[in-house]
Design a protein around this ligand. Structure first.
Ligand SMILES: NC(=O)CCC(=O)C(=O)O
Length: 297
């Protein structure tokens, strides 16, 4: 019996390319959830923006209202597909993400959902750090032109297994979020994320391994597949990193599913060998997970 994980399980990361046809994107995502479940995955993760191409010009057209909850099929076909696929496969589904339209129809968010095996919504996470970057000659992307930011760290209790930290893509670059989730007991940090062919080779693996190493937890990064005919070229390379910061599974850039066994004893073993959790010096520096933290579990 491990300290953080009640039961070992297999995670499946679905790396798919979303095109312009939302219905086709949803049908494809559903088919892949079924495939991953058939292969034994008990927690299944989709990539950032799985119902729409990734780009500010697309978000308003693909956005769905999810409040009041549950939304009708007409209001949010994506929410309803995720809920029914989780129920049908008896798995946890991290359905991440879609452009969300706020209830007052004034604001858009980049939002991820977690459903339990009964198809019930456990949590939502709105991307908290928007992807606003400008690397001259390489890539300029200003998510805040269209999207608004979420305002919390999201920790989700999966009753069969334990707690995961959930954040979206650019959120991974802010180690404080990861630290808060890990110190509040998350055994795995899950990041649906669409890095690109500039920042992906530079930092995707480094970010995943750094968050795993600092916090001695599993990290799962789930990317869209690369589509060179689209306006945004996703990096791909969905991966799972173990608590020792080893990459234990990694895809290339095309559509595929990555599987990894999540083993609680590995977390205990790594933390026993390098006992950071009993050696921190909060008398010297502050504990970012204590005091004023806006989080939700
Ligand atoms: N979708 C995103 O947030 C992209 C983040 C990214 O590419 C990065 O380098 O960070």
């Amino acid at each position: 019996m491990s300290t953080l994980l009640k039961k070992n399980f297999k995670v499946g990361l679905i790396q798919l390319a979303a095109g312009s046809d939302k219905q086709k994107n949803l049908a494809k995502a559903r088919g892949k959830i079924l495939e991953a479940a058939k292969a034994g995955a008990q927690v299944i993760v989709l990539p950032e923006c799985f119902n729409s191409p990734y780009g500010c010009q697309y978000f308003p057209d693909y956005a769905e209202p999810i409040e009041p909850s549950p939304p009708s099929e007409e209001q949010s076909p994506s929410w309803n597909m995720l809920s029914s696929a989780a129920k049908e496969t008896n798995t946890y589904v991290v359905g991440a993400s879609i452009p969300e339209l706020s209830q007052d129809k004034k604001t858009y968010y980049n939002t991820a959902f977690v459903f339990n095996p009964k198809g019930e919504l456990l949590a939502t996470h709105r991307k908290t750090h928007l992807f606003d970057i400008d690397i001259p000659g390489k890539i300029k992307f200003i998510e805040s032109d269209v999207l608004s930011a979420g305002n919390k760290v999201t920790i989700v209790d999966l009753p069969d297994y334990g707690k995961i930290g959930l954040a979206i893509c650019y959120d991974v670059r802010f180690p404080e979020m990861a630290m808060v989730a890990a110190r509040k007991g998350a055994f795995m940090l899950v990041y649906p994320g669409a890095f690109n062919t500039t920042t992906g080779p530079m930092h995707w693996t480094l970010q995943a391994r750094a968050r795993a190493m600092d916090n001695q937890v599993y990290v799962a990064m789930c990317s869209p597949a690369r589509d060179t005919t689209s306006t945004y070229h996703a990096y791909g390379h969905s991966m799972v990193v173990n608590p020792n910061a080893d990459v234990i599974t990694e895809l290339e850039e095309k559509e595929d599913i990555a599987y990894a066994d999540i083993d609680g004893s590995k977390i205990d073993e790594i933390r026993k060998g390098v006992p950071l959790y009993t050696q921190r010096r909060f008398d010297v520096y502050p504990d970012v997970s204590a005091g004023k933290v806006r989080y939700e579990e």
